[in-house]
Design a protein around this ligand. Sequence first.
Ligand SMILES: Nc1ncnc2c1ncn2[C@@H]1O[C@H](COP(=O)(O)OP(=O)(O)O)[C@@H](O)[C@H]1O
Ligand SMILES: [Mg+2]
Length: 368
Amino acid sequence: MMNPFRPTAGATPPELIGREGTLDEFEYGLQIGSGAPGLLTIITGARGIGKTALLSAAQDKAVQQGWIVVSETATPGFIGRIGETMRLHLEELGKGPAGRRITAVGVAGFTVTTQLPPERQVDWRRLGNQLLSLLAEKKTGLLFTVDEIHSADRTELSQLAADVQHFIRDGLPIGLVFAGLPAAVSDLLNEGVATFLRRAERIDLHAAIISDVERSYASTFREAGISISDDLIQHAAKATGGYPFLIQLIGYQLWRQAEINNMALKEKNVLQAIDAATRRHETTVIEAALSTASDKDKDFLRAMAEDDGPVTAGDIGKRLNARSNVVANYRARLIAAGLIEAPAYGKVDFTIPGLREYLRKTNPRERH
Ligand SMILES: Nc1ncnc2c1ncn2[C@@H]1O[C@H](COP(=O)(O)OP(=O)(O)O)[C@@H](O)[C@H]1O
Ligand SMILES: [Mg+2]
């Protein structure tokens, strides 16, 4: 049997741990069709928490129900790419007026027009209408999924929202599920870019429960004939913190250790696996997340890392010897970047496991 774990962003894990029932409303929506609340859903959560994996699960469910799925990442020009995919589907269904390409991407990647010019917008909506009417006759529908919505161009997003709202008003079987970092998504909705999206179902993802990870590891390893004690499974599960990316990383390393140790995991092997996984987590998730942080941002984060749990802005201000408005400014920046969150009023905490420990060991901030 091959290593089933998938420690790669966006990869489908062997088991979606702790997500039972999260897509119930969406699935119900697929059955009722047009206008169902679950057909408008927003998935939010920290990096590596499993947003993309859940988005894929939603797509699979839609496909099983015979729906057409158009999935995009919200990089510039996504609205044009959605249009192009719709056109291809219409063609495939043999009803294509087809006509010109609808993509908004300019010549040879030189100019990238993020917004469709007015005449193309009309095309886009007309295409959508045609495709949706056809699918309505077949008693199925069309699902758009848009990942990484936090980086979406505001104009493109409001255009998509306006069109989807229009389709819903016309009673057409349209669904829209998108995913992004929580703070950025809240900002987006509060800015009034797409007021109607505020009514969307919210699925806010958190870490899985450790005992669920334990159960999943136990069955995966037992079924593969890998021997490991209950205590060691418990230890490994705890080390994941229930954080999906670490569940995959640690599982993957455990499996590798088992392969080189005659399918038997001893304490030494488990510790080695956890160690390797932690290092990998640091170089992928943590360093990538920090790559966009400025030196001042990092000072703020290091001041936070002096505590073992949530910190107040006041304490950070004292540690940095900074004014409250400066602290508030960095706090807001870091929340929007998805590095920290506000678990309780006035306090902030890290969103990614291991970030605190990483900051402590890489370069301890000097006390002022
Ligand atoms: N519920 C889950 N249980 C176990 N592993 C998961 C779960 N959700 C996601 N994963 C795994 O965690 C990693 C991160 O998932 P991903 O969907 O890319 O996160 P995000 O999009 O939130 O950054 C991937 O390796 C994925 O296979
Ligand atoms: Mg993702």
